[in-house]
Design a protein around this ligand. Structure first.
Ligand SMILES: [Zn+2]
Length: 273
């Protein structure tokens, strides 16, 4: 699988465009980034759908994954610990090997500098967390975490060791059944995450949309809500998307290279301010 960065060179016109975007980011009150699969392609994580997609290659996972879990959590856990489906195995190996790229790192650094208030991601790959982003809203959960189905407490594997002889695991806080944090087909978005997203979006006057066309609910709502409230959208995507015509700027390049350069311009402007 190729990375889009290999055959990409950032030319002067794009760099000037990115510098203008950096001015917008610096001038905004509350920047929120919305990211999707495109940002993690450069970390070696293939998208689910489309050419080269995991599900294209191995077939789609069951569309009733959450119902199956509710019906038989023990069996769902057994399947998670010893995946038999080829797509689950391939995904597990890919996620275990993936590392954050320049795009993830740039967003974390923008947050440290006070230039990005929150990251909302559709990715479950843990790479924003590994890069150091703190105010992170993972709409579809995080494959590396566990979540209580009752009180929504999150646990790492170290915090809640899973005993294969006593499945499913139970929450140490409330005793509820614990599942993996990844949001399965048919599973509602965890309400605490959704509340966090809406709070971030309500305050947002500049949304950086990177590596996603944001066509799927609830992510699709967020840029539209920012626009309704008078804010702006800056798109970072190698391809034109449905959001392009709604964006004040579209930065045509892979997230890693473009966001790294955006950070550079924000930092340079701060240094001379
Ligand atoms: Zn609980």
């Amino acid at each position: 699988m190729g990375t889009p960065r290999a055959d990409f060179t950032l030319d002067d016109a794009l760099d000037a465009e990115i510098a203008r975007a950096a001015d917008r980011v610096r001038g905004a009150e509350h920047v929120v980034a919305l990211t999707g699969a495109g940002l993690s392609v450069e970390s070696g994580i293939p998208p689910f759908r489309g050419p080269g997609g995991l599900w294209t290659k191995y077939g789609e996972p069951p569309m009733d994954g959450y119902q199956r879990f509710l019906r038989d959590p023990k069996r769902a856990w057994e399947e998670r610990l010893e995946p038999s489906a080829p797509w689950a195995k391939a995904l597990g190996e890919t996620l275990a090997a993936a590392k954050p790229n320049a795009g993830h790192r740039a967003l974390a650094e923008l947050e440290r500098r006070g230039a990005c208030a929150a990251v909302i991601t559709q990715n479950v790959d843990d790479l924003h967390r590994q890069a150091g982003t703190r105010n992170l809203l993972e709409i579809h959960g995080n494959h590396a975490l566990l979540r209580c189905s009752q009180c929504h407490a999150r646990f790492t594997n170290d915090e809640l060791p899973v005993d294969p002889a006593a499945l499913p695991p139970h929450c140490s806080a409330c005793g509820g059944v614990v599942k993996d944090d990844t949001v399965h087909f048919g599973e509602p978005i965890p309400p605490d995450v959704l509340r966090g997203c809406f709070a971030a979006v309500e305050a947002c006057d500049c949304m950086l949309v990177a590596g996603t066309s944001a066509m799927v609910y609830p992510a699709a709502e967020f840029p539209l809500e920012v626009l309704r409230r008078g804010g702006e959208i800056i798109e970072v995507n190698p391809e034109e998307t449905e959001l392009t015509s709604l964006s004040v700027q579209s930065l045509r390049g892979p997230g890693g290279a473009v966001l790294e350069r955006l950070l550079h311009h924000v930092a340079a402007a701060e240094a001379t301010a």
